[in-house]
Design a binder for this molecule. Structure first.
Ligand code: HEC
Length: 138
């Protein structure tokens, strides 16, 4: 009888510990996401939270697979995912930094007339918003 109770209490304690660990991990993860998004907005002068409809409306999703963008499963260009932030060159040509990313997103053809990516001619602010979103995927 007493050992049954002991097992019960032990089980309850273990469950509480596991739950606490899970909550701590979830909080840590969401804090990290917030920090990365904030840093990415600051680095690009954009607002990543506005980017999804801009990407959907301007054909990015038809050519690229982009996490978090509904229907973005394009296979024409490279995946725009967490690896993008760590890539050395954009379009194989431009050093990977926010200003070049914005330039590429707006006018890829002016950078490289042979690229299959068209110049999208979206506004600079729209390109900043998209760059903020893409860099925050890391
Ligand atoms: C018609 C298809 C097409 C459309 C539309 C398109 N892209 Fe691309 N994109 C490509 C291709 C192809 C490449 C690879 C180009 C190269 O390396 O020359 C590319 C490359 C890129 C890169 C560089 C990736 C890297 O790793 O070098 C980024 C960033 C990018 N596109 C973002 C966008 C965004 C944002 C939009 C929408 C505003 C968009 N693209 C619209 C086809 C497209």
């Amino acid at each position: 009888m007493r050992s049954d109770l002991g097992r019960l209490i032990g089980g309850a304690l273990a469950a509480i510990l596991l739950l606490t660990a899970a909550v701590a991990a979830a909080t840590w993860w969401s804090d990290r996401r917030d920090r990365v998004r904030h840093e990415s907005d600051a680095a690009t002068g954009g607002v990543g939270a506005r980017a999804i409809p801009i990407m959907t409306a301007n054909g990015c999703s038809g050519c690229h697979t982009i996490p978090g963008v509904p229907g973005a499963q394009g296979q024409v260009g490279p995946r725009l995912d967490g690896g993008l932030a760590d890539r050395v060159f954009i379009g194989g040509l431009l050093a990977n930094n926010p200003e070049n990313m914005i330039r590429w997103i707006r006018s890829a053809r002016e950078v490289n007339r042979h690229t299959a990516m068209p110049s999208t001619r979206i506004t600079e602010q729209q390109a900043r918003d998209i760059a903020a979103y893409l860099y925050a995927l890391k």
